[in-house]
Design a binder for this molecule. Structure first.
Ligand SMILES: Cc1cc2nc3c(=O)[nH]c(=O)nc-3n(C[C@H](O)[C@H](O)[C@H](O)COP(=O)(O)OP(=O)(O)OC[C@H]3O[C@@H](n4cnc5c(N)ncnc54)[C@H](O)[C@@H]3O)c2cc1C
Length: 1010
């Protein structure tokens, strides 16, 4: 055993011995809370329901509501809970007000276990008590989710007030250890940085710092005057780099450069924590002044894992608990070795982690007074007392605030305390032995996939094919392409470079491509930048009727060989295009910023979706590519397979200029059709880029023809053409219905019934229930309504709010809308850019004027850029279901709010529309959620999340009624519309003899054989 390990064990055993002298449960409080926790640890379902119930309880005001929720969450509890639950629920039925009173009291008691006080005065009782135990404090103001700038300003004001109060009330308090007291001011404030600015965008740290620094300076200045200490807490990974950068920026400023009482958190569960810590230490040496690091493992482990999984990112946190433990020790070592410039605060309840720091400090000869241990209020009381007794400096982290803003903090604590991987449960609940708890975590790490860097994106190869096979059900195995994570500086830089290079290339001209030939007609369509209408992004050649005819001829000729090409050959073409798109990803995103006014993240989302369509449809086609036996019957074999329809005309919109175009084109091609691709005029350069990529990937001449032009000229001509076999259209209701009708007419010489795949708009509604989590509902509704300027067919247009919640929702909604950043989306953190063109701009202005005559203009943004088609976020209230604002599709940043009495009325209003595309519901009532899932008339129903942002394969997308033909882009059935099913049956019995078995799949029917 190494001498260090021996020393760690000695320190750890001493702590355990002292803990035994102050016997304590896992939680410092017994009774109701302890029972709940014990049950939670025994039964995962109970735990989920319990934490969800706790989460909603604080927002319920009426006892009837509390009892209803209690029933909804716990009525189906089985096993050991049944008798207890039955009694509880019966009591709730007889005396709801008593039950709700008891429940509230118990849950408040539970919250108070972790929340040290409601306000600065309240918290003083706790702090005085701790002082008598020689335990210091850091105070944290609860309230992390701010949705608007007034809320952020209020948080800043409360921080200042708290500082003043603490300084006043602790006057005369002295350091418990005496030695090195200059490093550890008595008053210590922990600040949540994200609570100070509502528009923090990981892609734009400079903007965040520009807004955060002015809010923090008065707090830091006052702290310095009062002799206090300020710590920057770390939150989710999305904000980590900005918080570190902010810290370094502020404390290099002249005013603070010589101030030692600043600290920041490092989260050891992050793979890049060591790199960040070393950079910080170098920064500090350069600055020439001490600072403090609170080393923790990290509080958002589950969240980070889910985020990474959903977005296809390399997971920023370690996946094995011992890896976090080992990293904690590595970082402890670095901290202690740099004691000359950094003061260490070890934030852990894990005795092994604590003992490691003690042993290593001992080895380096660092005095106990020069570092400290920090532990959370309400947890591991006996460890705190043990450490004090051993002569260490101990500080308690004391959250202050009301129950409601404290809920997410409370739920994090409950999760931590019941985690199977956590130290506290192992020690205090499972009674794991001291020897086991003190083992070197290095010995516990299992073998696993190594990840080179958090910044690296998984290669596209990992996503193509996705392991799908003929035996695997379609869709089940598809893994989406990753989004670009703009948290990483390298990605921000690549995007900036791409924008710069694209700016230098604006104004290029692009030809038609017919039968593999580049064609110039002498007539050009200019595509302009909606943020700067004088800027021409590019010009595409305009096709007329002769070119349309030529394209049909080319497509017809090419069809003969393309329809015979193997599925594998066609699928590989799509995969090659996906590879090219991935290589040109930033360039294409930059083009979208210029051509259609998308923000960085929206543009990247569009490219990701395009890549997904290519890979998903390639996979789906492989699954459908072989003739499949319909039934096993002796003596006969009957195989179903598919033929392509013929020539597909693809007419795409500008709002998802790469994704929708790519989706329709790739579906048509992979199924064996030849294609005439007509992009929207406003996004024709994106179309030209897609053509370029297909050419580079080797699409044969005539198989894909690029034909930009005026819809009413070539669009109409092609739709009516006898030789066009199918039309895939996404766009407005007006044009869609015309196509639907026109394609229904059979023309002279026409051989096929035309198939129309038709996706149109929506008048999408989101309902906010009376118990909804408003932090979530407001942020997601704002994003759904105003993200990409409301120009998504899935965008929120009607927000339906229950009476009971109306005033609270409206206050926060309007303030949140007012806080949005409107501007040229070349800047990374812009949420609202320009609408697409002058026609849209004028239509929006008219809609707003007309809206003022029928409803109340509750909010309209100001401070628009002087140039460009900018329409500010606009909110109308007092909107009635029969008004134009409620009925007509708007396709812009205009939100109508409809107030309703109850959920019955809300559902009625939501469904009372010509459209059925997306719909949403925010609620924490399981019964109401079930009801809305069953009753909301929409093609895509979203619960407790934004109603935009469908992901290929995960959320097959499309509506019905006047929103479309009910087909689902990105779904398993989508390709079927591009094909004709065919059955080939053969009697395989000869003179009463037939083979025993018939294979499930057979080779494609081809003649002559390949
Ligand atoms: C005073 C104080 C202040 C804090 N401030 C912050 C802060 O600002 N920001 C912040 O994010 N956290 C903060 N934390 C940390 C957090 O709230 C948890 O308390 C802490 O992570 C628990 O670690 P532990 O060493 O006490 O317990 P342990 O039981 O040893 O470790 C539990 C931790 O291990 C990690 N973990 C769990 N499962 C896995 C797994 N499968 N793979 C890898 N890692 C895993 C998680 O981080 C989990 O919290 C703070 C903690 C304290 C004590």
């Amino acid at each position: 055993m190494s001498s260090l390990q021996g020393e760690i064990e000695r320190c750890g055993e001493r702590i355990f011995a002292l803990i035994d002298q102050h016997p304590d449960s896992i939680f410092s409080k017994a009774g109701y809370y302890q029972r709940m926790m014990n049950w939670s640890m025994r039964d995962e379902h109970f735990k989920v329901q319990m934490f969800r119930f706790v989460d909603v309880l604080a927002s319920l005001r009426r006892s009837g509501d509390i009892v209803r929720h209690l029933r909804e969450y716990f009525a189906d509890m089985r096993d050991g809970f049944a008798p207890m639950m039955k009694v509880g629920l019966r009591a709730a039925g007889i005396a709801p007000s008593v039950t709700s009173f008891v429940l509230r009291r118990n849950v408040s008691g539970m919250a108070r276990q972790f929340i040290a006080g409601r306000n600065p005065d309240d918290v003083m009782k706790t702090l005085r008590k701790r002082r008598s135990q020689n335990i210091g404090f850091t105070v944290d103001l609860l309230g992390e989710a701010v949705v608007s700038e007034p809320e952020a300003d209020e948080y800043a004001a409360r921080c200042l007030e708290l500082l003043e109060g603490l300084a006043e009330q602790t006057r005369g308090w002295t350091d418990p250890l005496g030695a090195a007291s200059d490093l550890f001011p008595v008053v210590n404030l922990s600040v949540k940085i994200s609570a100070l600015y509502s528009q923090m965008n990981p892609a734009d740290p400079a903007d965040a710092i520009a807004h955060l620094a002015p809010k923090l300076r008065p707090i830091l200045r006052r702290a310095r005057e009062l002799g206090a200490f300020v710590n920057f807490d770390l939150e989710s990974y999305a904000h980590k780099n900005t918080t570190l950068e902010l810290f370094k920026t502020l404390f290099r400023e002249k005013e603070f450069i010589d101030w030692p009482h600043a600290g920041i958190v490092i989260q050891a569960y992050l793979r890049d924590a060591e790199h960040d810590l070393c950079e910080l230490i170098n920064w500090a040496r350069d600055r020439g002044m001490r600072f403090t690091v609170r080393l923790v493992k990290g509080a958002y482990w589950d969240y980070e894992k889910i985020q990474a999984r959903q977005n296809g990112w390399v997971c920023p946190v370690f996946l094995q608990k011992p890896e976090s433990d080992v990293n904690f020790e590595t970082l402890s070592r670095i901290l202690l070795e740099n004691e000359s410039i950094v003061t260490s605060a070890f934030g852990s309840h894990n005795v092994r982690s604590i003992a490691y720091a003690q042993a290593y400090a001992e080895q380096l000869g660092i005095d106990r007074s020069r570092f400290e241990f920090q532990l959370l209020y309400g947890m591991a009381g006996s460890i705190k007392l043990a450490l004090v007794e051993m002569g260490y400096r101990v500080r308690e982290y004391c959250p202050v605030g009301e129950l409601l803003p404290g809920m997410s903090y409370l739920v994090r604590r409950l999760l931590e305390n019941t985690s199977n991987e956590g130290f506290l449960k192992a020690k205090f609940s499972d009674n794991v032995s001291a020897a086991q708890l003190l083992r070197d975590p290095r010995s516990l790490i299992g073998g696993m996939r190594s990840v080179s860097s958090v910044e690296s994106s998984p290669s596209l190869a990992a996503y193509s094919r996705n392991g799908a096979s003929l035996e695997t059900p379609p869709g089940d195995t598809y893994e989406n392409a990753p989004l670009v994570n703009f948290v990483h500086r390298s990605n921000q830089e690549q995007m900036r470079t791409a924008l710069r290079e694209m700016r230098g290339r604006l104004g290029q001209k692009y030809p038609l491509v017919i039968d593999g030939q580049k064609i110039w007609t002498g007539s050009l369509i200019n595509s302009i930048n909606p943020s700067l209408p004088k800027q021409i992004v590019g010009s595409v050649t305009e096709a007329g009727i002769p070119e349309a005819e030529a394209a049909i001829k080319a497509a017809r000729n090419a069809f003969d060989h393309w329809c015979r090409a193997s599925v594998e050959h066609r699928a590989e073409l799509l995969e090659r295009v996906a590879g090219i798109m991935d290589r040109r990803r930033f360039e294409l995103s930059a083009l979208e910023v210029f051509e259609v006014g998308k923000s960085w993240a929206e543009a990247d989302g569009d490219i990701r979706e395009a890549i997904d369509f290519l890979l998903f449809y390639a996979q789906q086609m492989r699954l459908r590519g072989l003739p499949r036996l319909t039934q096993h019957v002796p003596g006969e074999e009957s195989y179903q397979h598919y033929w392509p329809r013929g020539i597909a005309l693809v007419i795409a919109p500008w709002n998802f200029p790469m994704a929708i175009l790519t989706g329709m084109v790739s579906a048509a091609l992979v199924t064996g059709n030849t294609v005439i691709m007509k992009p929207a005029e406003q996004s024709a350069v994106c179309g030209a880029m897609l053509m370029e990529m297909f050419e580079e990937a080797g699409v044969p001449a005539g198989v894909l023809n690029f034909l930009p032009g005026k819809g009413r000229v070539i669009g109409a001509h092609l739709v009516d053409h006898k030789d066009v076999d199918m039309i895939a259209f996404t766009g407005s209701r007006e044009v869609g219905l015309r196509i639907w009708e026109s394609a229904g007419k059979t023309r002279r010489g026409q051989r096929e019934l035309k198939r129309v795949v038709c996706e149109m708009g929506g008048k999408n509604a989101v309902i906010i229930d009376s118990d909804a989590d408003l932090d979530e509902a407001i942020v997601d509704s704002i994003y759904s309504a105003f993200g990409y300027q409301g120009q998504k067919c899935s965008a929120l247009s009607r927000l339906i709010v229950l009476d009971e919640n109306y005033d609270r929702v409206m206050k926060r909604l309007v303030e949140a809308a007012a806080s949005l950043r409107v501007g040229n989306p070349e800047e990374p953190g812009i949420t609202v850019g320009p609408v697409i063109d002058e026609t849209a701009y004028r239509r929006m202005q008219e809609t707003i004027e007309a809206g003022k005559a029928e409803a109340t203009l509750a909010f309209q943004g100001k401070d628009l850029p002087p140039e460009g088609y900018f329409i500010p976020p606009t909110i109308f209230t007092d909107v009635k279901p029969e008004m134009r604002l409620s009925c007509e599709e708007i396709f812009g940043p205009i939100l109508s709010v409809i107030r309703v009495r109850d959920l019955d009325e809300a559902i009625r209003v939501a469904n009372d529309t010509d459209y059925a595309l997306t719909g949403g519901f925010f609620s924490r009532s399981p019964a109401n959620i079930e009801r809305v899932k069953a009753e909301l008339v929409a093609g895509n129903v979203y619960i407790n999340r934004s109603c935009t942002g469908a992901v290929v394969g995960r959320h097959p997308f499309g509506g019905f009624k006047m929103s479309g033909g009910g087909t689902k882009a990105g779904g398993a059935d989508y390709l079927l519309q591009f094909m004709i099913p065919r059955i080939v049956t053969e009697n395989i019995m000869r003179h009463g003899f037939a083979p025993d078995t018939t294979p499930e799949f057979r080779a494609p029917f081809r003649w002559p054989p390949p």
